[in-house]
Design a protein around this ligand. Structure first.
Ligand SMILES: Cc1cc2nc3c(=O)[nH]c(=O)nc-3n(C[C@H](O)[C@H](O)[C@H](O)COP(=O)(O)O)c2cc1C
Length: 171
């Protein structure tokens, strides 16, 4: 897929085919996250890949709206230090967004759908993922082939109008 097609095809996917994602494709998605830019190149993240069905089912409990994780072919937990200051956490959020987006676009390029999930229950995340005490799961990205229809470029995205969003030179 062309980069532009991957960008315009990505959408939030919450229902998945049962089909597994090849290991090489999962590795490519994870590598895309590893290569993401970050503030001072501090790379505040670790990624925990989950493909075990029973583990995915339990991971769905991290968030009240996370049920879709249970049906995913895989999930990637984005893990950061529990000891960040408020300022560091703010910077980490930006960097996690960049890593997430890079993984999502790479997944779309491979025909793999993705969906975000926040993490509300750190105890569940810690128990399921075996996280050390000094780490927390910031977000979970679930992955799989879309159950409804394959990814393809979205012609009319549900976004604010281009002219409303874009300001040239001044506001
Ligand atoms: C930080 C963040 C957290 C999100 N959390 C959830 C979530 O918990 N559950 C969910 O279904 N979607 C979640 N989303 C997905 C957004 O609702 C979705 O990306 C947005 O509606 C745009 O739709 P699209 O991704 O299909 O373009 C999250 C998105 C972001 C950026």
């Amino acid at each position: 897929m062309e980069t532009w097609d991957a960008i315009t095809s990505r959408r939030n996917v919450r229902s998945f085919e049962a089909r597994a994602i090849p290991d090489a494709d999962l590795d490519r998605i994870l590598e895309a996250g590893r290569r993401a830019p970050s503030s001072r190149n501090w790379q505040p993240w670790d990624f925990v890949l989950v493909t075990d069905r029973e583990q995915l089912g339990r991971l769905a409990g991290v968030w009240q709206y996370g049920a879709h994780i249970a049906d995913a072919a895989a999930a990637i937990a984005l893990v950061i230090s529990a000891g960040l200051s408020a300022g560091e956490r703010e910077t980490a959020e930006y960097d996690l967004g960049q890593a997430t987006m890079q993984m999502m676009i790479t997944a779309a390029d491979l025909g793999v759908g993705t969906g975000h999930s926040a993490v509300g229950d750190q105890d569940v995340a810690r128990a399921v993922l075996g996280l050390p005490e000094d780490r927390v799961a910031a977000y979970v990205l679930d992955l799989g082939y879309p159950a409804d229809r394959p990814l393809k470029p979205i012609r009319r995205p549900n976004r604010r109008e281009f002219g409303d969003v874009v300001h040239r030179g001044t506001w």
